[in-house]
Structures are given as C-alpha cells and as structure tokens.
Ligand binder design. Structure first.
Ligand code: DC
Length: 227
C-alpha cells in the first residue's frame, strides 16, 4: 500500500471521535469513513437473523452475506447513513444495544477481515478521514496522519448519555458508565487489532477541549505536514 492522503482518528467509545472526524473531513474536503457504523451493521444483521452474538462460528460462516453500503455524511451535523441489504438502518445501528453488539462481533477474526478489506477499498478510491479503533495500526498503517483521542471514562459516558438522549433513548448513567468501561475492556483486550495507539500517532486528550478545538489541532498538524 502506498502512502496516501489518509487521516486516521482512533480512540475509545465516547471520546468525541465522530464529531471531530466529520469536522476534519469537511474542512479538508476528504470523505469521512465511519468504521464503527460497519461493526454496528454486522451486529444488527446477525441479531436480525437470530444468530447469537456469542456464536463465533455462526457469525464467521455468515459474514459474507452482509451487503452494506455507506453514504458518508456531507456536513458536520449528520451521521453516515447505512444501507443494509438496500434498507436504511442508520437509526437502528445507533442504539446502546447495537454499541454492545458491535463490540462483541468485532473480536471475531472473519468479521475483522471482511470489514478491513471493505475499508481499504474506500481508502484506495479517495482521500479519507478514517475513524475507528485500528485505523492507524492495522487498516491504514501507511496513513500520512494519525491521531489517537482519549478522555476519562466519566467524561466519555457523559457524552454518550447526552448523545443517546438526543436520539430519544433514555439510559441509566451508572449503567452506561459500566458499559463504557466494559466496551473499552473488550476493545483493548481482544487478540486481533486491539484498541491501542499506533506508535506514530499524535495523542490528544479531549477532556478539557471541545470538538472544534480538537479539530483545529488536527487540521494544523495536517497542514503543517502536508503532502
Ligand atoms: O465507534 P463505535 O462506537 O461506533 O464502534 C462500535 C464498536 O465497533 C466498538 O465498540 C468496537 C468496534 N469497532 C472496532 O472494533 N474497530 C473499528 N475500527 C471500529 C469499531
């Protein structure tokens, strides 16, 4: 893979990656690639098909049935839209249940291989801002610009709480905090492509900086170190 105009933004749940990635993509005129949406869509498909989320062999056997298409957000305020077998599932994949389902299916090697191939195809076609957990380490190790965002679990759970509330989903804060910690644990302790910063990633704490501030830091580094 050649060195490409790819920005990777990795980090744990609720760290503000989506907002920052969308804003960065709009500012640079790159396409935003939301890879979490892909894992969520696999979780939704398997749930709809009645495949148990802990049935690794069952999910591995059926992963290539998943036909998905991403319609990337074109402005800062909207989410990526996702079609699953032609049907718009953009709302269904954003629930807290699907966050947990995505985290579960993401530890299955066949799922990761399938989605990694799909993600690389996007990266070959266009300049992208790729958001996820393993963008800088596994999927696009040759990316020109890599960032890793982090924040305390409390801050991240609070962000997710307001996000879910905005979507009309009411959750218990303490339970959400526990699930955030559980999801981090799953994501960073799986055998393949665990959540870790790439050695050459720039680390940014989002505890005390808002999305616009984080985006400005990213844009500055990208422009300072342009192709
Ligand atoms: O970013 P998100 O909350 O939409 O991601 C949902 C889950 O998908 C996350 O808990 C782990 C998994 N994921 C992954 O393993 N690798 C990625 N590149 C993106 C998401």
């Amino acid at each position: 893979m050649s060195r490409r105009r790819i920005v990777t933004i990795d980090g744990p749940a609720g760290v503000g990656k989506s907002t920052v990635s969308r804003m960065t993509a709009v500012e640079l005129g790159f396409t935003y690639l939301d890879t979490g949406a892909m894992y969520r869509t696999v979780g939704l498909y398997m749930s709809e098909q009645g495949v148990a989320l802990d049935d690794e062999a069952g999910i591995a056997a059926r992963i290539r049935e998943v036909e998905m298409e991403l319609l990337p957000a074109t402005d800062e305020n909207s989410d990526t839209r996702v079609l699953l077998c032609g049907e718009d599932v953009s709302r269904e994949i954003r629930t807290q249940d699907m966050s947990m389902a995505a985290s579960q299916v993401s530890s299955i090697p066949e799922v990761r291989t399938f989605l990694t191939e799909m993600q690389r195809r996007y990266g070959e076609k266009e300049d992208i801002v790729a958001e996820g957990r393993d963008m800088g380490t596994v999927v696009f190790p040759m990316a020109a610009w890599k960032f890793f965002l982090d924040a305390s679990p409390e801050m991240r759970a609070r962000r997710r709480f307001y996000q879910l509330e905005e979507q009309g989903e009411t959750v218990d804060f303490e339970q959400l905090l526990a699930q955030t910690v559980e999801r981090d644990y799953n994501d960073s302790h799986r055998n393949i492509a665990p959540l870790v910063p790439a050695k050459d990633a720039v680390l940014i704490s989002t505890d005390a900086v808002d999305a616009a501030g984080v985006t400005a830091q990213i844009i500055r580094r990208v422009l300072d170190n342009s192709f």
